[in-house]
Design a protein around this ligand. Structure first.
Ligand SMILES: Nc1ncnc2c1ncn2[C@@H]1O[C@H](COP(=O)(O)OP(=O)(O)OP(=O)(O)O)[C@@H](O)[C@H]1O
Ligand SMILES: [Mg+2]
Length: 244
């Protein structure tokens, strides 16, 4: 059993769909959608502002974010289904899955305050693979949650390991050198990397999400590049960066 976060940076990567479809054990998936959300907002004439790796989301843009994420989820679920894995695209709004709270100053950007795993467990029990879009709910409606943050929260609530698949081999000591992967990191070592400024942009919420999954009860977490054979590589400790 693993929770896998599929980075928006991997959308359309056939080998990642193959890899997930062929994994022999239960999976819960959480997907991102950064590039596609950005493209649609631009097409509709909106400007995007990022603060600490998070996309500020004025209420009028939230509808676009939700439409794009929902469409992406359906497409991913269909791709998995074609490969023989019965996936169901859900949103964190469904059946109390993700309850959130708005992050001050960023409009409808949210953080997760509570995860209800009942629907996930029921689907798994029936042999379906749940695929969750990172949208939470508060009293006012849907919230845009960073997909790494959502994935970390769900893994913690399930008590399952979390694997964050992205477009780099793992945490790199030198982000411009793909050979500089760090194979293991403790929370204290992460703090040192942050102080040194090694973690930038999208890697910051990803590492934070890995650590918060551990704090919430996940046995381990890893960041790795989405490709053929990667889940076996991560499970055996040969690929990616593992946090424990
Ligand atoms: N020290 C580092 N090691 C590795 N990657 C780093 C580091 N610092 C910054 N990065 C950047 O983090 C990026 C991965 O995060 P990014 O948010 O872009 O992708 P994603 O999370 O897979 O996709 P999405 O956010 O759409 O779900 C890498 O492509 C790299 O450019
Ligand atoms: Mg990201």
């Amino acid at each position: 059993m693993i929770l896998v976060k599929v980075g928006g940076s991997l959308q359309g990567a056939e080998e990642v769909l193959d890899e997930l479809a062929l994994f022999p054990n239960p999976l819960v998936l959480v997907h991102g959608g950064g590039p596609e959300i950005g493209a649609w907002l631009t097409r509709l004439g909106y400007e995007t502002r990022f603060v600490g790796g998070l996309r500020a989301t004025p209420p009028e843009q939230m509808e676009v974010v939700e439409m794009v994420l929902t469409a992406l989820g359906k497409r991913l679920a269909h791709g998995l289904g074609q490969r023989g894995r019965k996936a169901v695209a859900l949103s964190g709004r469904d059946a109390g899955l993700l309850w959130g709270r708005a992050v001050s100053g960023l409009g409808r950007v949210g953080e997760v305050v509570r995860v209800g795993v009942g629907l996930l467990l029921d689907l798994l029990d029936k042999g379906y693979t749940p695929l969750v879009a990172p949208i939470a709910l508060d009293e006012e409606g849907p919230l845009n949650v960073n997909a790494d943050t959502a994935a970390g929260a769900v893994a913690g609530a399930l008590g399952w390991p979390a694997v964050f698949l992205t477009d780099v081999e793992g945490v790199l000591r030198d982000p411009s050198d793909p050979e500089s992967r760090i194979s293991r990191l403790s929370p204290a070592e992460v703090e040192a990397l942050k102080r040194e400024g090694v973690l930038q942009g999208g890697m910051i919420p990803k590492v934070e999400a890995a650590l918060s999954a551990l704090r919430a009860g996940a046995p381990w977490a890893a960041i790795a590049r989405g490709r053929k054979g990667i889940l076996e590589g991560v499970l055996s400790g040969r690929a990616g960066t593992r946090f424990s």
